[in-house]
Design a protein. Structure first.
Lengths: 145, 145
DNA sequence: CTATATGCAAATAGTTTGCCTGTTA
DNA sequence: TAACAGGCAAACTATTTGCATATAG
């Protein structure tokens, strides 16, 4: 489930150059790291994971890579709470159920259609960012006690 | 339009105590400041505005007040981009159209119904947080040139 | 060969914390 | 008169920037 499909090497660099960016091994590594685990890591977490296979990578480069990947539509960026931005490998239209107690994030695919609200005149929509806040089953359960 | 209705003094302190908080003049001031202008200020901006009528207020207190107000359902907190959290006086169900170019925020009321997607089993929804990213009319226009 | 990207370190937000004093209920 | 809230400054976390070097196209 969930079309978290990693782009092949050639499609990856094509996407980069279409976006006006060069291919670099750092960008490839950061991309690989984000696609590898289907969670919602912060830049710091991605930095740590990337260092495992590329110890010389720097903080600034990770931010730079992530920005490039976001601009090319290869990963998504989400703000679920105060503090660190998270990154998401799932480029399918979906929303995030976020547990305010434990921080767990669940991707839920979005059925088309529902998004037919008229916005401000002339607003050119790029993408939707839908988060549902609350308590996950585990946390809701343990609060009842 | 937009039910941005400021609570009366007594209703305000009642809301606070229901949430387990005490009434303080600082909380009142911060609340007044947020309700006064229908925009989406950051904590820093609220700090600056509050200082005008209450020069001795501190940074930490503004954060504390805002947290209390959010927990009591008196203001909303939104994360629209990397960086500072913004606060919103509009407690009506609505979504935010956010211009990625100039940072302008537009509130758009949400018609009920549309939100009938099944989430993760047992997830206890508290609230929805819907942002629409893109370019406002002005910014979309000036890019065409 | 040249624009773009990297690495490093320092700078800058944004937010939180600790500690002591003041105030609310 | 407790428990909670405020003020201040320092600590922390997240992100950005400047600059010299390296590298992709």
């Amino acid at each position: 489930m969930g079309m978290v499909e990693k782009k092949s090497g050639s499609e990856f660099s094509e996407r980069l150059s279409t976006g006006g960016f060069r291919f670099t091994p750092q960008r490839q590594h950061v991309y690989d790291v984000v696609m590898q685990k289907r969670d919602h890591p912060t830049a710091e977490e991605i930095f740590i994971r990337t260092k495992r296979t590329m110890p010389e990578i720097s903080h600034a480069t990770v931010y730079n890579c992530l920005d490039a990947l976001v601009k090319c539509g290869l990963v998504r960026q989400v703000q679920l709470e105060r503090g660190a931005t998270r990154f998401c490998p799932n480029m399918e239209e979906h929303c995030h159920y976020f547990c305010d107690a434990c921080g767990e994030v669940f991707d839920v695919p979005l059925q088309k259609d529902s998004t037919t609200m008229p916005g401000p005149k002339g607003f050119q929509v790029d993408h939707y960012d839908i988060a549902v806040h609350g308590l996950c089953a585990d946390c809701a359960g343990s609060r009842k006690k």
